[in-house]
Design a protein around this ligand. Structure first.
Ligand SMILES: [Zn+2]
Ligand SMILES: [Zn+2]
Length: 365
């Protein structure tokens, strides 16, 4: 069954638009993934809250959700949505007074559904571009910069992105008369339905170049290479993604560009293992140092540190170096470094050493 979006946002069914908005703001702030890195439960909750707000903030979707318990009217068959559309719809048939509601019903069909219809912004925005980069662990400790070059649609330098030939103006689109949308008739179970769709000629802007730019044909962009400098913050972990707003594909005719999504891989390091914000490593310790105690140089991601090893240190014992781990992303603090002691037992003894160990054994018996 559909989720209870009101419960998810923590508001009553009678909540006003402002109350819903306020509840959403509060929840999304609290649950924001930036605050709860790696917390899957919070992440799922955050998604739920967004899903709930997407429906409850849209009057049409809200209406259809209130009536049918779902805003997911993607089509007559319900699609792959798992019992979303059609089930809810037939419930409406049985329960509701159908007379006079037909128009509302259709409008909720076409406006509430997966993106079609009223108010949908034409897709003139540039697409997001995704790239993957690989950095050594030490770069994730200190932060790093990388220059990324990729091929995408870039702003046409001939027309500066507006799509008009030099000196030419833009004029009203004749196809849609400047409204940006045209009416199409679609057949459905209930007969013909008129639908507003985005004008394909002006792509919703209502304007076309009087004379299109020769280089880009009026699109305002051309295929080309784009170079972006990426600042990788200290503490970034393997598998995290950075979003560089507006650094993706150029939009059509000067519209908003897409984003650049940089997926970061952090290479394994032979000396250090990252576990959350902590670093783990192994310290090979000569057996006599373990027995008698000593001082050891321990390599951390921040350099070498002298650590005193207490007498009687055991194999597998873990030493904690506070604050010597990974920087915590945007937090100004560090995790810890844990060193596991690995005791080195000599495999070869010279005659003199052997004699001393035997004497030691005798003394201990
Ligand atoms: Zn151009
Ligand atoms: Zn048009």
């Amino acid at each position: 069954m559909a989720k209870d979006f009101y419960a998810i946002l923590g508001v009553p069914k009678s909540a006003t638009e402002a109350e819903i908005k306020q509840a959403y703001r509060k929840q999304s702030k609290e649950l924001h993934p930036d605050k709860h890195k790696g917390d899957k439960g919070k992440e799922a909750k955050f998604k739920e809250v967004n899903e709930a707000y997407e429906v409850l903030s849209d009057p049409k979707k809200k209406e259809s959700y209130d009536r049918f318990g779902s805003a997911d009217f993607n089509g007559f068959g319900g699609g792959g949505g798992g019992g979303g559309g059609f089930g809810g719809f037939s419930q409406g048939f049985q329960g509701a007074d159908f007379n006079g509601d037909l128009n509302d019903l259709f409008s909720s069909f076409f406006n509430g559904g997966g993106g079609g219809g009223r108010g949908r912004k034409p897709d003139t925005r540039g697409r997001n571009v995704e790239v993957e980069i690989s950095i050594p662990l030490m770069d994730s400790v200190k932060g790093a910069e990388r220059t990324i070059t990729f091929t995408t649609q870039i702003v046409c330098d001939e027309c500066a992105g507006n799509g008009s030939a030099h000196g030419s103006k833009t004029v009203t689109c004749t196809e849609c008369g400047g409204t940006g949308s045209v009416t199409r008739t679609a057949k459905s179970l209930f007969g013909a339905i008129r639908q507003n769709v985005i004008c394909e000629i002006c792509r919703g802007s209502g304007k076309v170049p009087e004379k299109p730019c020769k280089k880009c044909g009026g699109d305002g962009r051309v295929s080309g290479k784009k170079t972006v400098n990426v600042r990788i913050p200290a503490g970034i972990d393997d598998g995290q993604t950075m979003r560089l707003t507006g650094d993706g594909e150029a939009g059509r005719q000067g519209e908003k560009a897409g984003d650049l999504l940089v997926h970061v891989r952090v290479e394994a390091d032979a000396r250090f293992e990252r576990v959350g914000d902590d670093i783990r490593s192994t310290l090979p310790l000569p057996v006599l140092d373990a027995i008698l105690g000593s001082e050891a140089d321990i390599h951390t991601v921040h350099g070498t540190t002298k650590v005193s090893i207490p007498a009687g240190t055991q194999p597998g014992q873990v030493l904690r170096l506070k604050g010597k781990g990974m920087p915590v992303l945007n937090a100004g603090r560090h995790g810890d470094h844990y060193v596991t002691v690995d005791i080195l037992v000599p495999t070869k003894l010279n005659r003199e050493e052997r004699k001393m160990f035997e004497e030691l054994r005798k003394a201990a018996q």
